[in-house]
Design a protein around this ligand. Structure first.
Ligand SMILES: [Fe+2]
Ligand SMILES: [Fe+2]
Length: 169
């Protein structure tokens, strides 16, 4: 199991998970609460319409997941949204990898590996929801949000720049 998920599990094992989530929000400055929601920014754009649309859709599902935890909607609904996220990510990653393949992107192999890592982390979180009696921690939402933004700004940006330069050349 990865260090990321272990940390999440450790947090989730705290007693009174939902109460702790609410206390975390209550005790943190307002900006921290706002930060837990993901919003679209121009700098996230790849200038590839199909990819931007899929990223926006993924952002929407991540927000639903985070809201679901914050509002204490329960495991059934949380799992439903997580399944939606896993499916959307699988479809999106397949689309991205297809574009990279078509354009002979040299970073395809490592990019694919990163996608696989994220899907496995999401599956671990899902497994955790099934097997842990405590409410799911908001830290899982934080992990998903941070990974997604970081992936878009680094790995996805890298291939989009490569493709633009390739078209110009
Ligand atoms: Fe992407
Ligand atoms: Fe990607």
């Amino acid at each position: 199991m990865s260090a990321g998920v272990s940390a999440i599990i450790q947090k989730e094992n705290r007693p009174f998970g939902l109460v702790q989530n609410i206390m975390d929000i209550f005790n943190s400055p307002k900006k921290d609460y706002v930060k837990s929601v993901i919003s679209w920014r121009t700098r996230y754009s790849m200038n590839i319409e199909s990819i931007d649309n899929q990223h926006k859709e993924i952002f929407g599902i991540i927000n639903n997941y985070i809201n679901c935890i914050l509002k204490g909607f329960g495991k059934l609904k949380t799992k439903y949204i997580l399944d939606e996220l896993i499916q959307s990510c699988r479809d999106h990653f397949e689309h991205e990898e297809g574009l990279m393949h078509q354009n002979e992107y040299p970073g395809l192999y490592s990019h694919k590996h990163t996608h696989k890592y994220f899907i496995n982390e999401l599956l671990d979180i899902r497994n955790k929801i099934d097997n842990n009696p405590f409410p799911i921690s908001i830290s899982t939402g934080d992990f998903i949000r941070k990974w997604t933004i970081n992936h878009i700004l680094t790995s996805d940006k890298a291939y989009s720049i490569f493709m633009r330069l390739r078209q110009v050349a």
